[in-house]
Structure formats: C-alpha cells, structure tokens
Design a binder for this molecule. Structure first.
Ligand code: ADP
Length: 447
C-alpha cells in the first residue's frame, strides 16, 4: 500500500480523498492555487504545496507544478478527483512515466472514452446498446441530412470532444439542421479545440441512468448499481438518486451484466461510469466517464462501500476481494448539489459565506469544504456542498432531505436550496415520474 498520496484537486473532492487516505493510514499532500491558501483541503492535509496563481490553467491544470510537488514531497501516487486533469490521458501517462501510480484507469482507456465517437464504437463492438445515430463522425452536412432522415427527427448534433453539456444542439426539423450543425461545431472548436461532431436521435422522454463500475488489475469487474441523474438543467446534473425510481432489480442486473462483461473484455481498471439514456425499457449508451463522479456518494450509501478506498486499493495492485453477488443494495439515497448560484437564473454567486450551519442527524451526510468566513472564489466551479441522505425507502429519503435542507443555513451567497425544496415538494417528483426534460419545464413553469 502507498504511504503518501498527492491529491491533484481542490474543494469537497480533495477533502473526500483526504478522508479516505487518513482512514487508510496514508499521508496526504494537498496542492493549491494562491486563491485557495486558506482552503480546508490545505488545512487538513499532512502537507501542502502551492502550485500557482488562481487561474486553473496555471495551477490545478499545471502538470509540471503538480509533478514537482509530488517529487518534492515523495508522494507515490496521484488521485485526480473529478474535473481538472482527471480525464486527461496525457497527464495519466506522464504521472506513470515519472514512476508514480495514477489512481484511475490506463491512459489508453481514458483516451478511447474521452472521444465520444471512439467510446461509442468501442462499446458497440462489446455488445452495449447505443442511441440510434451516425456511424462515427459526420464529415458533411449532406451526411447529417441522410442520417437524420434514417433515424427520424428531432436529432441532436453532438461534439466528439464534448463535456459539461457543451457542443450539443437539437434540430427539430430538416430546416433547423444547418444551424445546429454549425453552432455545435463552432462551440466545440471554441471549447475543446476540435470540431468533430456526430448525430444522435434526440430522445423525447428519456431518463439519465448511469452505472457505477469498478475493476481491479486482476481481471475482476463489478458494478455497484445505478444512479438516476435525470434532474438536470442545461444538461448538468442537480439532484441524483440511487436507485432509480424507474428501474426494477431485474433490469439493473441485466444492464449490469452487459456493462461488466464489456469492461471486463476491455481489461478496464479502477472506477468508471457508463451513462445511458433509458426510455421505454431500453438502455442506450451515451458516454463513459473514466473517473470518480460528483454523485458517487449516493452509491456509497446504498452499497455501504467507500469507493475512494477501493480506487486506492486497486491502484496499489490489490484485488477487489469480493464478487458481484457480495454487493447488495439497501434503502434509498438522494444527493442535492448545493451550488452558489441564483436559484432562478443559475448565475454563479461568488462571495463570502457569512453564516454556515450544516445539517446533521440520522442518515445525513454533507460533503463540503466550506465554513463560515470562507470566500467562494470566482475562478472555479460553483458547487459548494453536496447534501446526501440515506433512508430505508424513497419516501423516507425525500422526507429526510427536506428536513436536512430546512436545517442547512448558508448566508452571504445565493444558493440553489430554494429550488431543491420546491422539487422535493412536487407530487410528480415524489412519484418518481420525471425525465431529463422535467426540471427545465418545472423551472419554466415558475415553480
Ligand atoms: P456531456 O458529456 O456534455 O455531459 P452527454 O452525452 O453525457 O454530454 O449528455 C449530457 C446530457 O444531455 C444527458 O444526460 C441528456 O440529458 C442529454 N442528452 C444527451 N444525448 C441525448 C439524446 N440523444 N437525446 C436526448 N437527450 C440527450
């Protein structure tokens, strides 16, 4: 086992990794920008190294500075968290070239899955069902018309390099195709430096259901069930649940068996998430994330597993030590992302948190790195906390989350808490009756 790990991230996820390290008796090294000198991950780590100015490009994305910090402190492994360098194949390769362990999959698998077109081709060859659409990259608008005619409108033009919901445009009719085509390509070029796009049928009432996978370096692959992440605004997740209110245990077992068989054939190692759109009883693969997800805690609560600990054990070469039948699901978990944003416009609201009181009690977990007096910097993501509850049933989890949100006090910045309260009180949400389009309609109705 490692004796020291460098955490190449900030905020709640840096703390999350640090907590796993401490429980495993592993020393932790925090890295931070000058804007984060007073951050909790810096205070709680065994050692901390400043790696640059506030801009992420010069600090949390600064590979040379991060590797120097690892060398100076004698860290043996690097955990990338999510975001930043977590899905950067060149980074994973460089880390390993320096004789350090990368706590994640191989660079080759990160690269394959990082390009959504090669991810889909790979998964299709491994027997995973896809959303109907183009066979790879679209080379001309004429080809886009042909594929759209074949699969039927509406269609979605998507960036091969896409992420965070960017580079994605819907065309309801053939007349709308030229604009969707050019906007998706321009946006993708600006955001990712690559204008390759592909086409998918735009599903009208899917749920976003994803599967948590874990593989070791000895050929064992298991899944930890599904998360329902259908509640999104601008294609970004806001509230997640485990399990999905729409899925039966048999459906979970079936998609789990398909996914683990595929990843086992690939020789996949460490944590990964297969994202699907689920409609009319059918799963359609959309992409794979080769890292820990923001919403991993809901899985941890229902499976009683520490996923970060598993990632670290696997990176150190340990076998999983259990098989699929040992993984059981208990009760229901919900996560609300608490973003420092206006709850109606979603415009970020950086500033100083003047009062902070986290909720507590049975079945309540808060993953956050903020405190009273903390200045939410304007340079990074606006998520300041994740509130997670676990209860025996979905109805009890909803009641517990409502109670916990009532206890949570954050003053000084706006947060999306009022929106979460309204969602939890809505009868359709309570019935579990929602798709990926539900939240945008809900906010548009002024709820
Ligand atoms: P990103 O990597 O940018 O997050 P994804 O491919 O994961 O992009 O899609 C993000 C979200 O966009 C999905 O969760 C879903 O809400 C929506 N979406 C993606 N593909 C489709 C599709 N074919 N039909 C309808 N909605 C889609």
């Amino acid at each position: 086992m490692f004796s020291k790990i460098l955490i190449a991230n900030r905020g709640e996820i840096a703390l999350r990794v640090l907590r796993a390290c401490r429980e495993m008796g592993i020393r932790s090294v925090a890295v931070h920008s000058t804007a984060d000198a007073d951050a909790m991950h810096v205070r709680l780590a065994d050692e901390a190294v400043c790696i640059g100015p506030p801009s992420a490009r010069d600090s949390y994305l600064n590979v040379a500075a991060i590797l120097s910090a690892a060398t100076i402190t004698g860290a043996e492994a690097i955990h990338p968290g999510y975001g930043f360098l977590s899905e950067n194949a060149d980074f994973a390769e460089t880390v390993e070239a320096h004789g350090l362990a990368f706590i994640g999959p191989t660079a080759e698998h990160i690269r394959t899955m990082g390009d959504k077109i090669s991810a889909k081709t790979t998964m299709e060859a491994l027997g995973v069902p896809l959303v109907p659409g183009s066979d790879g990259e679209l080379l001309s608008i004429e080809e886009a018309y042909e594929v759209a005619d074949r699969v039927g409108y509406p269609v979605l033009i998507k960036a091969a390099a896409g992420g965070g919901g960017r580079g994605m445009k819907v065309a309801q009719t053939p007349e709308e195709l030229p604009e969707a085509w050019s906007v998706a390509r321009t946006e993708s070029l600006a955001a990712f430096g690559n204008d390759a796009v592909y086409l998918e049928k735009y599903l009208d009432k899917p749920r976003h259901i994803e599967l948590q996978i874990m593989g070791d370096t000895h050929g064992n692959v298991v899944h930890f069930g599904e998360r329902d992440c259908s509640l999104q605004r601008r294609h970004q997740k806001l509230l997640e649940e485990a399990g999905s209110p729409a899925l039966t245990a048999e459906e979970r077992d079936a998609i789990g068996a398909t996914a683990t068989a595929a990843l086992s054939k690939m020789g996949y190692r460490n944590a990964g998430t297969l994202e699907f759109l689920y409609q009319d009883g059918q799963f359609c693969f959309i992409e794979m994330n080769t890292r820990l997800q923001v919403e991993h805690p809901v899985t941890e609560m229902v499976c009683d597993v520490d996923l970060v600990r598993e990632q670290i054990r696997i990176a150190a070469g340990e076998p999983l030590g259990y098989s699929q039948k040992d993984i059981t699901f208990s009760g229901h978990a919900i996560e609300c992302r608490i973003n420092a944003e206006d709850p109606d416009t979603f415009i970020p609201s950086p500033g100083t948190i003047t009062v902070y009181h986290p909720p507590g009690g049975l079945g309540v977990r808060i993953d956050s790195a903020v405190y009273a007096g903390y200045r939410v910097p304007p340079y990074y993501d606006s998520m300041i906390a994740k509130l997670i509850v676990h209860a025996p049933t979905r109805a009890a989890a909803i009641a517990r989350m409502s109670r916990a949100l009532d206890e949570l006090v954050v003053e000084g910045v706006s947060t999306v808490v009022p929106l979460h309260r309204r969602i939890l009180a809505d009868p359709e949400f309570q019935k579990g009756d929602y798709t990926i389009h539900w939240l945008e309609n809900f906010t548009a109705r002024g709820k």
